[in-house]
Ligand binder design. Sequence first.
Ligand SMILES: [Zn+2]
Length: 404
Amino acid sequence: MATHRLYYDDSYVQNFEAQVRACVPAEPMATDSGTRAAWEVLLDQTAFYPSSGGQPNDLGKLGEANILDVRDDGEEVLHIVDRELAPGPVQGCLLWPRRFDHMQQHTGQHLLSAMFQERFGLPTVSFHLGGDLCTIDLRGPEPSADALLGAQRAANQIIFEDRRVTVRYGTADQLARLGVRKEVEREGILRAIEIEDADLQPCGGTHVKATGQIGMLLVRRCTKVRQDFRVEFACGSRAERLATAEFALLRALGDRLSCAPEESLAAVEKAFAERDANFKALRGALQQLAEARAELLAGSAAGEGGLRVVAEVLRDVHTELLLPLATELAKKEHTVALLALEVSGQLVFAQHPSAGKDLAALLKQVFATFPGKGGGTHDFVRAKLSEPSSSASAIALARKLLLG
Ligand SMILES: [Zn+2]
């Protein structure tokens, strides 16, 4: 026996009476409030929609039991509930806001897919109705920004015109003569959904009765998924919630940038330009500081055997000073710079070629006592100690080895 599907002919049935034909224990179900014991119920007729064709199942009550899931099982509809039901009559009640939302999204999908097909020759190969957003996958070349906007506008125009959405039945041949888009391989009588003068699609889902009830359709971004292009969209109250949330975000951004929401982009660009200019100015200041400090350090460093060694652990300085300071010191003849940043344990050894030492070899010797990572050439090495706290000891050791 097949379950009679009340939603096929009237997707607005919210309350209905049915007969429980069977109720058997099922696998426990994982729900938001933990794992729950479950039963599988068969009815003679139902208004509950099972998950299929991209549309999620309905929820609601069956007598005192809560619906946990509704599944399509061939000719039957399986209701998974959280308590046992006695055979006989039972009252079904749908969680209507959830179902109506699904009807809005699903009918919007038919309309949007029709617009992409008709205006841009892009067929829909799959549909997903998610918790927040819906998606369709389009096959063919990447839809341009104009195509995305064009399909949205055309769909909304049909929504504003409040066209009728009706159910048609017929064989595949009959529906093909009526202009159904999709090739159907199923035998027998098929169900199709017609949007007046816009679309005819075979579909077993639930739809609103006129396009005006879709409310509005908002196309969002498009991303490549394998060979297809996935278009995100939202209809009805989802579109309203999204637009509201996004404007709130824009307003918060404007508040943070001290400008009107619509001026946020210009304000961000200005802030980035300022940041880049400040960075450039900082670089210049650090270079000047490096030059001045190199003079001071070189002046106070003792020369031993014609070699001047500047060994310093830098504290409370900008981290970007390390490299220019080492470079400046290494410009001075017979000079070796052994520098470390206390905060991070970064090391730079640099020398004027006339100093004639092998700093790469020196670094290896230092690593034997104070491990770290890094390397370089005879004249220049960069490294990072595993333990920043050993910076001072590592520099002292390097100095000793160098002068040893
Ligand atoms: Zn449909």
